[in-house]
Design a protein around this ligand. Sequence first.
Ligand code: 5BU
Length: 478
Amino acid sequence: MMSFEERVEDVVLRLFAVEGVKFGQFTLKSGLLSPIYFDLRVVVSYPELMESVADLLWERRPEGVQFASVCGVPYTALPMATIIATKQKLPMLIRRKEEKSYGTKRLIEGHFKPGDNCFIIEDVIVSGSSVYETAVSLRSCGLEVTDAVVFVDRQQGATANLRKLGVAIRSVCDMQQMLAILLRHGKIDDKQVGAVNAFLKDSQETIIRREPNDGVAESAGRLRMSFGARAATTSQALVRRLLRLMEEKRTNLCVAADLGTSQAALQLADQVGPHICMLKTHVDIMTDFSEAFPRQLRELALKHNFLICEDRKFADIGSMSAAQFADGPFAICDWADLVTMHPLPGEGLLTALSARAEGRQRGALLVAQMSSRGCLATAQYTAAAVKMAEAHPYFACGFVAQSSVTSDPRFLVLTPGVSVSAAADAHGQQYSSPERAVGECGADVVIVGRGVTRAESPAEAAGEYARRAYAAYLQRIG
Ligand code: 5BU
């Protein structure tokens, strides 16, 4: 079996042999003069090559995202999308390019339901305009578009352009990889590579010319956007649900139900339920945990409309953490909407948890910083945690952090160490006020434990924390 990289190498050489990649002087659609040109239309004459290209495209799809259909950007990618559709038994949609002149014809051919997520297939991207136009057409018919795959990314800014418009791009190879393969096999020389690199250096800033009223919102950044507006920027169903319920219920409070028995935790959940968007548990401190607890807790979550987060802070290798998540007496995966994890072991932990979620609406929060004094997370570690989440947005829902670690509206920032009465505890916990956590440090959700659980009336205390934290959020978004 050839590895993915070996197959890419093989396909690149075959493309070169049939002039699917050419070197010389070419004028691109944008008007730019390029020393390299891709013409993947030729692959229709080479069915085996066409199939290999389609296979590689499909293999680069994002893990964990369920697509209801595929749509090739007309025309070059149409046959590739067709191969993927037939091989994967996945419905295909066709976007009509000539719709405007015909008027009455459908924009999108094929059957679909509103909200279906359609995966866009494309051969080459420069600025991303063609993918964008296809996404706009699909979205205008009520479809969702979150991802696209391309064979070659010319590395001229398309990925960033499309990310701003809510489409994540993955590519089979980029220009550098392609040049390296061709150079290694003596198909091109250093001079040609130099010419392409010089060209790339001067043509980084491509832009997408947007149509007026295209219905695609460019995000203003997490801190300035409303929870409702942010819900539209993500395809993570759980994040969408949470953001919407926070806006509906007007609360961004999570109560940490750190109590020693399940009875006490359930009683608390019922009392604070009307004031919270999330209840956070540590089930391994309960002396009487039994199967009944998650069932009863989920009933309360339904009654009061909040999500459940088990603060398990997974930190082992992927396979072990996945077993802790799904097997064993707590069977966390069966009942917790969200779990926390340390990014320390690497992305294998995230993908392992995601694999065990098996299609259920689940997600992870990455511990990017901690509230305790002397926490070892450095700025570099925190940045790496954010990068990890960005690479897995279908399962990573956000971060537990003490500062605004991201401006990406798709991710949530939850901040523990919040109290209106205490400054610290005896074991390193450090507190700030809800106003500081939300307004200055950029928290979306404040997590409060003892500030609520030890109050004379937990319900009243939760109401007060929720009121203050939500007011700070409203002030933040202006
Ligand atoms: P407190 O009683 O408000 O101090 O409880 C804080 C909760 O948040 C508790 O459940 C902790 O496990 C959790 N926590 C935290 O305090 N600090 C952190 O950095 C992280 C979690 Br991550």
